[in-house]
Design a protein around this ligand. Structure first.
Ligand SMILES: [Zn+2]
Length: 152
């Protein structure tokens, strides 16, 4: 994917200390356009698309809301906790609107693995196909997401 002027600007917003302390890219030195292209290919290789991934993140978040900050069981074998943290974050791509700092933790009891994501992650995946950079503590690896959340 060609690195557009908009992507260049977004990449600047993703550096540490601009929107978040750690930024969105970790130690990933690739251009944003290349990161998006690689993750798009990774998601397609799983026979998924970004909409399907985001829909699953939303589904589990919404199911977990009933736990009011504690883990609750979600069929068939998940535990989900939704924590609301004070504060809101803007999208680094410059979209209007700000996103609540909601942390969603999903444990897969069958495999013992878990994944954590936020409302901003959901937006970034749905609107931009962006999973954050390699080495970023908040990166969501598409393959891991698909396995832990059993997205099909
Ligand atoms: Zn956005």
């Amino acid at each position: 994917m060609k690195q557009t002027v908009q992507m260049q600007k977004a990449q600047g917003q993703m550096t540490p200390g601009v929107i978040t302390r750690d930024g969105f890219l970790g130690d990933d030195r690739r251009l944003l356009g290349d990161i998006l292209l690689a993750d798009d290919a990774a998601v397609k290789a799983l026979d998924l698309d970004h909409e399907t991934v985001a829909a699953r993140l939303i589904e589990l978040r919404d199911a977990g809301m009933a736990g009011l900050g504690e883990f609750i069981d979600v069929a068939p074998h998940f535990e989900v906790r939704v924590d609301s943290v004070r504060g809101r974050l803007p999208c680094p791509f410059g979209d209007p609107g700000i996103f609540p700092k909601t942390n969603v933790t999903v444990r897969n009891r069958k495999t013992g693995r878990e994944a954590t994501y936020t409302d901003l992650h959901i937006h970034l995946i749905l609107a931009h196909g962006f999973y954050e950079g390699r080495g970023c503590p908040f990166r969501l690896e598409p393959k891991d997401l698909a396995e832990v959340l059993e997205i099909a």
